[in-house]
Design a protein around this ligand. Sequence first.
Ligand SMILES: Cc1cc2nc3c(=O)[nH]c(=O)nc-3n(C[C@H](O)[C@H](O)[C@H](O)COP(=O)(O)OP(=O)(O)OC[C@H]3O[C@@H](n4cnc5c(N)ncnc54)[C@H](O)[C@@H]3O)c2cc1C
Length: 409
Amino acid sequence: MAEFTMELNDEQKEVRDWLHGFAADVMRPAAAEWDEREETPWPIIQEAAKVGIYSLDFYANQYFDQTGLGLPMATEELFWGDAGIALSIMGTGLAAVGVLANGTNEQIGTWIPQMYGTPDDVKVAAFCSSEPDAGSDVAAMRTRAVYDEAKDEWVINGTKTWATNGGIANVHVVVAVVEPELGSKGHASFIIPPNTEGLSQGQKFQKHGIRASHTAEVVLDNVRVPGSCLLGGKEKLDERLARAREKAKKAGGERVKNAAMATFEASRPVVGAMAVGTARAAYDYALEYAKTRVQFGRPIIDNQGVAFQLADMRTSVDAARLLVWRASWMAVNGKPFNGAEGSQSKLFASETAKKVTAQAVQILGGNGFTREYPVERMHRDAAIYTIFEGTSEIQRLVIARTISGVHIR
Ligand SMILES: Cc1cc2nc3c(=O)[nH]c(=O)nc-3n(C[C@H](O)[C@H](O)[C@H](O)COP(=O)(O)OP(=O)(O)OC[C@H]3O[C@@H](n4cnc5c(N)ncnc54)[C@H](O)[C@@H]3O)c2cc1C
């Protein structure tokens, strides 16, 4: 176990500077174009793959870094460059984590390389959990997976929505119901291999922000996958279901509610780090602008009304980063989230990003309101962080329940 530290080591500083260079030189100049095009920035993903940023190796190194700072540091730098492009680069990692966390060694070895492809032929992956009627209420999921014992195949039917990289992914990870009576405890995750018959893309969404990142519905119509595509394997699933049945029986047959909310605790700091990246980008831009924009014969930062805003912005960004680093360190070192620290970090960082980007728009005045300047895009991008991976209201619900022990609704 690593002690908690607030300082990056020399190696991490080197990685940070390298990522910052990529974010500043490759991502930032391309950001407005891909935002406008609303398309996956394949050439940038390919460039990231060529230099080694878009790869399992790179992601796994940060993910397993025992200090807990590697992943949030890398995420912050890339999202500082541009949120939409960064999500296109990191989206695959988020799907890969599902396999890393629950898959067998064989599944990890088979599927994760196919999620990334090669630098000459890059691929992306998607994680599909949300459904039209099951967003915050994960337990309301309806996509069904039924085991066909004779063929050792799973048959999956349903419609997923809001899937990042949905339909354009080489490999989809799909969460489905295997035992409806058990609520979210009766869910399991499946790999849908490339070119599987029955999987198709539904509507592609036109969005308010992170427009370079592809978001779409995924339709599963009698999709058949081999038994080996059940993440973790059948034996482990059967054991888990037996335990859940036992627990449900003890709870008087009451449906096991919202268990999935807690399982996100460890992944939420990553979204917090994305928000910190966007917030810092807007703060950096506004600070420089305020020093150079002259009104009434002096730079606007000479006014306390502007300078104090920047002071608050910087304080919030730093506070958000500290919460993210703490939760990330807890996650990698297996600390219990007794105060829902993962949710705290995501709640605070995402709300900070919304507020700080709005302040940046204000500091840039009319220019802040135009697409000539990047803070307008950052402000639109920031709105996603209080929505995906659990809305701010759901984070508050998780924190409130955790600290009180009361099943607050
Ligand atoms: C761009 C984008 C990318 C996404 N990527 C993915 C992805 O890759 N994979 C995936 O599976 N999903 C993804 N999502 C889905 C995302 O996680 C959901 O949108 C989110 O969980 C909210 O669900 P919902 O949209 O159905 O909102 P709803 O659950 O309908 O919520 C609507 C409003 O009601 C509030 N609310 C709901 N329940 C409560 C409650 N109990 N108490 C208080 N308030 C409540 C919410 O906070 C929210 O303000 C993505 C979404 C977007 C927009």
